[in-house]
Write a protein of this length. Structure first.
Length: 127
């Protein structure tokens, strides 16, 4: 795949945070913090930012209803997808079957409000 040579205002930017509006903030806070085990970087009664590697996932209690869409997907790169999927299942999360793809092994699950989250285990390097 060729690398894009286009430049624009965000060419050198880094994605830092993905924000999710939460209908049920307490339930979503519990899921991302306790079920997924993501550490909290900052929180207050209506906001929680969870550390996810170099980035964060920020939950914000809805002030007004938002329309949900299925046109986005967040993904975590993991070292051992079998272990991660197994632990999520033990914690009550329904994880899809792990699929083999050309770029690695993948699976998906949903948070309590239906947002899709992916797991990807890149292929192991051959020595």
């Amino acid at each position: 795949m060729a690398r894009a040579t286009t430049t624009g205002p965000l060419t050198d930017a880094n994605l830092e945070t993905v924000f999710l509006w939460a209908h049920d903030f307490k339930r979503m806070r519990e899921f991302y913090g306790k079920t997924l085990g993501l550490p909290v970087g900052y929180e207050n009664p209506h906001f929680a930012a969870f550390q996810a590697g170099r980035n964060s996932i920020a939950l914000h209690a809805e002030r007004e209803p938002h329309t949900r869409g299925d046109s986005w997907h967040m993904e975590f790169i993991v070292k051992d997808i079998d272990a991660v999927a197994g632990e999520l299942a033990r914690r009550g999360v329904a994880v899809s079957q792990i699929r083999e793809e050309s770029f690695g092994r993948i699976a998906t699950f949903r948070d309590p409000e239906g947002n899709e989250i992916g797991l990807e285990e890149p292929p192991k390097r051959k020595r």
